[in-house]
Design a protein around this ligand. Structure first.
Ligand code: NAD
Length: 526
């Protein structure tokens, strides 16, 4: 939503009932002529306004980032001191956890339990872990001294890539952002971050915290703009050396294509259609809740959700009865209420799109055994709502099993043998997450090894852990975030070779350019 042509004079007082967020460019908070209205997906209440960036703002932000990188103050700051700035920000997020969890819930509708534990809690843990990684990171390592065939030694350096564009979506904004900004800053890069235009507020709070923690001007720039043209302009900017993107597979492919012209480094975290396999020896007292948690957490708006539930035929009837009973107890409503399990979806457009999926699934023969539409009742008159929905009679060729629905919708499929389960699970263009439920851990791990996914959860789901890498196979992405190697994604490796062979006759040059002619004696006075 955009308010046209409002002058940026004294916005804080003219719209004093809600905060206004400006852009951070070159260390200054600057405003724009146009602004976004950020409204609660549950109540439509105005939460804040945000400066709406245009492509000229992107140019200014990239120029500021480039200038700060070339000035070199940040990259020459010791790794320890850079890590300490990140630690300060982690501490501030921790102190502000409750306040920011409420803000996150108000801007994107994720339930307060999820924004507290996942959005804020995991982001803080991620940054804290990164601090440890950054302090022990090997920015320069002396290689082995070699004596044969030549005496020489080498140094391997990891140098910051330069200006990084960090582009994130609205569904889990803070975590997807710290995964990028954290290691980029740890490495000594300069960054232009672009949160999504639907839910940018907590991300902008992160920018404020980095600024307050003492980052030099221009090292972190933050602006909010539409995907087209602003995100595309940023991703394609010739002075951006690396694009770190989380979002849809469609946009990820466009970024990858665009990056070819300037051979940019690219990390892509894209969509998913997670298969969740329940073997007949699973502990159903855990697996039933686990299946709903996999699909419905974050209102089903999670890239690594378990949206295809594959249940072994021998237990399918009992499992489905228990699943349906439990799904009917899920509370849909006010995401700020700690008793709520599922909140609203992000926009009216998302609601309409998901309702379209539900109708097509029914037309293709799937049966909505729970939910299946928009909820009725006064509390749902405003906001964007989809009933928590469970479909049975789903086959893997249906749209509902192949496309990312991105709402609280779970599809149940059945299989006879483990081999068949693996085949169905891998029959997708995506490869982000997968899961296996079994009381036989060895068997579950054996299945996990055969699944084409970046994360396979055994007897659980959403077990995202800062110590482990996150990312996808196939069309779910490129590269990994988090884990012990996250800084590698923001550095270039440089090998410095130091030859100590001495005089030319000790060198193998002659092998390639021939034997040098004997040098003529230098004449005195010549
Ligand atoms: P989206 O791709 O439309 O938007 C994501 C971000 O990209 C936003 O900031 C948007 O403004 C920007 N953008 C849009 N078009 C652009 C373009 N042409 N060039 C550059 N930037 C552009 O994604 P969405 O639909 O809003 O978000 C949901 C998607 O994100 C889902 O597909 C979900 O699976 C995915 N996601 C993936 C992960 C992961 O880690 N793999 C995590 C969260 C979300």
């Amino acid at each position: 939503m955009t308010l046209p042509d409002q002058q940026p004079t004294d916005l804080e007082t003219t719209m004093s009932d809600v905060p206004h967020y400006k852009m951070l460019i070159g260390g200054e908070w600057v405003d724009s002529a146009e602004r976004y209205e950020i409204r609660s997906p549950a109540t439509d209440e105005l939460v804040a306004t945000v400066a709406k960036a245009g492509v000229t703002d992107v140019d200014a932000a990239v120029a500021a980032a480039k200038a700060s990188f070339e000035a070199g103050e940040w990259r020459r700051t010791s790794p320890e001191d850079r890590a300490n700035v990140i630690a300060t920000v982690a501490g501030r997020l921790y102190e502000r956890m409750e306040e920011l969890a409420v803000l996150q819930t108000r801007e994107n509708g994720a339930t307060i339990r999820v924004t507290g534990a996942l959005h804020l809690g995991l982001s803080v843990m991620q940054l804290q872990y990164l601090v440890e990684v950054a302090k022990s990171y090997q920015y320069e390592v002396a290689g082995p001294d070699v004596t044969a065939p030549l005496p020489f030694s080498g140094i391997v350096r990891r140098e910051p890539v330069g200006v990084v564009a960090a582009i994130v979506p609205w569904n889990i904004p803070l975590l997807t952002l710290v995964w990028k900004v954290g290691p980029a800053l740890a490495a000594g890069c300069s960054v232009v971050m672009k949160p999504d235009e639907h839910a940018p507020l907590v991300c902008m709070e992160l920018a404020k915290e980095f600024e307050a923690a003492g980052l030099p001007k221009g090292v972190l720039n933050a602006l909010v703009g539409d995907g087209e043209p602003v995100g595309a302009h940023l991703a394609g900017h010739p002075d951006v050396r690396k694009v770190a993107f989380t979002g849809s597979t469609e946009v990820g492919k466009a970024i990858l294509r665009q990056s070819a012209d300037t051979v940019k480094r690219v990390t892509l975290e894209l969509g998913g259609k997670g298969p969740n396999i329940v073997l007949e020896d699973a502990d159903l007292s855990v697996a039933v809740d686990g299946a709903l948690y996999a699909a419905m957490a974050n209102n089903g708006e999670a890239c690594e959700a378990g949206t295809r539930l594959l249940v072994q035929s021998s237990i399918a009837q009992e499992f489905t009865v228990r699943l349906v009973e439990r799904a009917r107890t899920l509370t849909l409503g006010d995401p700020l209420d700690p008793g709520t399990d599922v909140g609203p979806v992000i926009t009216k457009e998302a609601e309409t799109r998901i309702l379209g999926f539900l109708e097509r699934a029914k037309a293709e023969g799937a049966v909505a055994v729970v939910g299946g539409g928009r909820p009725q009742g006064a509390q749902y008159e405003t906001g964007n709502w989809i009933e928590p929905t469970v479909f049975t009679n789903v086959t893997n060729d249906m749209d509902i099993a192949r496309c990312e629905v991105f709402g609280p919708v779970l599809s149940v499929l059945t299989f006879d043998s483990v081999d068949e389960a693996i085949k169905i699970a891998n029959d997708t263009d995506y490869g982000l997450s997968a899961g296996v439920w079994s009381q036989d851990e060895e068997k579950a791990i054996d299945v996990a090894r055969q699944l084409e996914a970046g994360m396979v959860y055994v007897n659980d789901w959403h077990v995202i852990n800062p110590n482990y890498p996150f990312g996808g196979f196939k069309q779910s992405g490129l590269g990994r975030e988090g884990g012990p190697h996250s800084i590698d994604e923001y550095t270039e490796s440089k090998y410095i070779a130091i030859d100590r062979a001495g005089p030319i006759e000790n060198r193998p040059f002659a092998l390639v350019i021939g034997t040098p002619p004997p040098s003529a004696p230098v004449q005195a006075g010549a």
